[in-house]
Design a protein around this ligand. Structure first.
Ligand SMILES: *Cc1c(COP(=O)(O)O)cnc(C)c1O
Length: 349
């Protein structure tokens, strides 16, 4: 979802953006008016997250998935990296990285079907690791880190796609943070990469396509070629929206309130059970199951009929999953809980 006020503003500006006589979709990315859009978007993101001066903000096409490759290609000096694998997305990132260097699975929660975050306080980090990689919120499995791993001085890289801007973030704890924007911020096809300047190496393998080098984006302010102008514009609107509601601390408060409503219901339900260890549960993605696949399917069908979309769990894990991203209002979660309660109470009657 996107916040309704954002969609309304976009609708208002659609045919004539601020007197330009054009839609943002029609503009040259080299125009003054688009330059202002991208500059404001970056400035608003910087102030929202408190991004330090020595970090670059890059707008990169190709979604989060392209970062699975760009990160190892650009960040490995020694050709070594450690990955903590906690679900589908870190597994994919790990697999992609193995094409480019010596990649270690530093820890994993596969033994329990990725339903928890392993103890990351004292892991055997490789001496020559160029970075330690995490997916901070596993979208499909519904886990999130409460504490960041102890990387023993190594650079921390985090995929924040499904939790981006859901709460305050201390950027200086990381070497690189990235997120595909379509979960929490804007239209698909854009990733935002926040990278410490000294990690933008000029001497990556010379065969690397120019478009896959972080220094290309950095040197050209994300406009080496035509960027995803429309997505940048919409993201900029969402950044302003977040400022207007009081920033990320306020967003976190709202998100936690929403998640609590749903988890409290699941914890007290006899029919539905959350699948994730309590201390590692995500505030954004809430997977849950009934006692059987058949009943899961019945709930999904009934929820669809009642007007709830996308409750079916990811095909790789089954069950149900409620994604309650930033723009999902509290009323949406309350309505879902009321529906599930009613389903449980009246089942078989
Ligand atoms: C959705 C998602 C991705 C993939 O995003 P794309 O933009 O579709 O490539 C990667 N990581 C996480 C955590 C995600 O939730």
């Amino acid at each position: 979802m996107l916040p309704l006020p954002v969609l309304e503003e976009i609708q208002e500006e659609l045919l004539n953006y601020r007197g330009s006589g054009m839609c943002v979709m029609e503009m040259s990315h080299r125009s003054k008016v688009f330059q202002t859009i991208i500059d404001e978007a970056e400035a608003d993101l910087r102030s929202l997250m408190g991004i330090p001066e020595n970090y670059k903000v890059l707008f990169v096409q190709g979604g989060a998935t392209l970062q699975f490759a760009m990160i190892p290609i650009n960040l490995m000096k020694f050709g070594v990296a450690d990955y903590i694998v906690t679900g589908a997305w870190s597994e994919k990132a790990y697999k992609e990285a193995t094409k480019f260097g010596e990649i270690k699975r530093l820890a994993s929660s596969k033994d329990k079907n990725y339903t928890y975050i392993p103890d990351v306080s004292d892991l055997p980090v490789s001496d020559n690791a160029d970075y330690v990689y995490i997916c901070e919120n596993e979208t499909i499995h519904g886990t999130t880190y409460q504490r960041l791993p102890n990387t023993k001085g190594k650079v921390l890289v985090s995929d924040q796609s499904s939790m981006f801007l859901s709460k305050p973030c201390t950027v200086s704890d990381y070497g690189l943070i990235y997120g595909g924007v379509q979960k929490n911020v804007g239209p698909a096809g854009l990733a935002i990469v926040i990278i410490r300047e000294d990690l933008i190496y000029p001497d990556v393998d010379s065969r690397t396509p120019i478009y896959l080098r972080f220094d290309t984006y950095s040197a050209n302010e994300s406009m080496y070629n035509t960027p995803n102008c429309w997505a940048i514009y919409v993201c900029g609107k969402v950044f302003k929206f977040l400022h207007n509601i009081g920033g990320l601390a306020e967003m976190q408060k709202i998100n936690e309130e929403k998640a609590t409503i749903l988890y409290e219901f699941l914890d007290n339900s006899k029919m539905f059970t959350g699948t994730v260890a309590k201390e590692d549960r995500s505030v954004m993605n809430v997977p849950f199951v009934t006692e059987s696949k058949e009943l899961d399917a019945e709930v999904v069908a009934a929820s669809k009929a009642a007007g709830f979309d996308n409750l079916k769990g990811h095909r790789s894990v089954g069950g149900l999953r409620a994604s309650i991203y930033n723009a999902m209002p509290k009323e949406g979660v309350e309505a879902l809980v009321a529906f599930l309660k009613d389903f449980e109470e009246n089942y078989g009657k």
